[in-house]
Design a protein around this ligand. Structure first.
Ligand SMILES: Cc1ncc(COP(=O)(O)O)c(C=O)c1O
Length: 457
């Protein structure tokens, strides 16, 4: 007998209180924060959907693994357990631990980026783009056209546009392309997955021009689950095998273990190329630490190793992907435009669609994100013109989409929390015509969304 309800495949072992606040308190808090949700005190937030990065709940077995952490400076057994867990899924020759994903990016692009170089990706995540541009190289997105249409329901909207990638590589000159990346799932494009067929086609383009292919693999397990559910021929395959098939198509990876490592901190850089690994390790020693800990404590390496065995469990992934879709389905039924279909780790509200009276350069995503906080204490994240609209030369254009991402921390909130989120979203959607845009009162030169201050128009 099978029942319809997909339950959390765990029970709660330790609880963390959250603080209820009034609307007046939240209004004061967000004004003090310069209308920037990143500047709030987290205890003024009721349901924190800012990110799924490092915010998940670790399991009993991960906390037990923490106790096994060996803090030897060099050659810690925790490193070898970590490396074993990584290579069981991603059998790359070199595994270089870093304190989080962007540290892996920083090291990789310090070795490979420079003015005149171009790196292609389906969609660069903001830190990936920033680390590339910091070296003077260009970061160019080649996601398929359907991936930019929020309302289209298609199985693999994170796919690379293969013809576009090929044409852009020829334009740039293959000698100026140090690597091609594919982000799985495509976070900045709605958490949409990439198919194995598409990865194979990217591999073929890379082979044609003799270019290495790296995965930005933060959400590799969610991507593999979507392949299992949606791609022909994979319905009966274990997710771990699908992950290995993804890895076999790549020459290396960057990873934030704060996502599908099920850990609160950590990441790694992995690759097959010996000479590149040596350059990266030298940089690691300068910026992160010795190659067997790389900016992490032994206990963190243990937590990641255990997390990697839990994240590919089918009961976990079924619950994970279904609970995200539960929020997206409820909003869709009520007429709130969300990126279709639901991503693995987040629901993306189409703020440009919901607030057509706010032009992109007045930041509809920011307006919606602030309203969700003020009305219901929910913290989401603008993924749109605030995050991507400003170019290295200081000019500004609208981003491809103006979204508000409601990212779901792993194993953290229950269905009643999500029912509350749905209620608040519907309330804010009703007030949409009253919401006004913003202008930026202060911004830093890069990654402005983290620290900019806004003024209401
Ligand atoms: C696709 C993607 N790449 C890279 C990163 C950077 O990882 P970290 O936050 O661990 O530095 C993130 C983080 O959200 C991400 O989603």
């Amino acid at each position: 007998m099978s029942f319809r309800t997909v339950i959390e495949p765990f029970r709660i072992h330790s609880v963390e209180p959250i603080r209820l606040t009034t609307r007046a308190e939240r209004l004061r808090a967000i004004e003090e924060a310069g209308m920037n949700l990143f500047a709030l005190h987290a205890d003024d937030v009721l349901i924190d959907l800012l990110t799924d990065s490092g915010t998940g709940a670790m399991s009993r077995d991960q906390w037990a693994a923490v106790q096994h952490g060996d803090e030897s400076y060099a050659g810690s057994p925790s490193y070898f357990r970590f490396r074993g867990a990584v290579t069981r899924l991603f059998p790359f020759k070199h595994v270089i631990p870093t304190h989080q994903g962007r540290a892996a990016e920083k090291i990789l692009f310090s070795a490979l980026g420079s003015p005149g170089k171009t790196i292609f990706n389906n969609t660069h995540f903001d830190t990936t783009r920033a680390n590339i541009e910091f070296t003077g190289a260009a970061a160019v997105d080649c996601v398929c056209a359907e991936g930019k249409v929020p309302s289209l329901v298609l199985p693999f909207k994170g796919n690379m546009d293969i013809d576009l990638l090929d044409a852009r590589i020829r334009e740039a000159g293959p000698e100026n392309v140090p690597l091609v990346m594919v982000t799985v799932t495509n976070n900045s494009g709605g958490g949409q997955p990439v198919s194995l067929a598409n990865l194979r086609a990217v591999r073929a383009v890379c082979d044609r021009y003799k270019l290495p292919l790296f995965l930005d693999a933060c959400r590799f397990a969610e991507n593999a689950w979507f392949i299992r559910e949606r791609e022909e021929g994979y319905a009966d395959k274990p997710v771990a095998d699908i992950v290995r098939e993804m890895a076999a198509l790549a020459d290396g990876m960057t990873m934030s273990a704060k996502k599908d490592g099920l850990a609160n901190i950590g990441g790694w850089l992995a690759m097959n190329d010996d000479a590149l690994a040596e350059r990266c390790r030298n940089m690691l020693i300068l910026t992160e630490g010795f190659p067997t800990y790389g900016g992490l404590a032994g206990r963190d390496l243990e937590a990641i190793a255990q997390g990697l065995s839990e994240v590919v469990e089918h009961d976990y992934l079924r619950y994970r992907v279904r609970s995200t879709a539960y929020l997206a389905d409820a909003l869709t039924r009520a007429g709130v435009p969300v990126v279709q279909p639901a991503g693995g780790h987040a629901v993306y509200i189409d703020a440009r669609g919901l607030l057509p009276h706010i032009p992109p350069l007045s930041y509809p995503g920011q307006a919606l994100a602030v309203a969700l906080y003020v009305e219901g204490g929910i913290r989401g994240c603008e993924i749109g013109t605030v995050m991507f609209g400003r170019h290295p030369d200081g000019t500004e254009t609208p981003a491809a989409m103006d979204l508000v991402r409601l990212a779901i921390p792993r194993r953290t909130y229950t269905q009643s929390h999500i029912d509350y989120v749905i209620e608040v979203c519907l309330h804010v959607a009703k007030m949409a015509p009253e919401l006004r845009g913003y202008r930026i009162a202060h911004e830093p030169p890069a990654l402005r969304h983290f620290t900019a201050r806004f003024a209401a128009l």
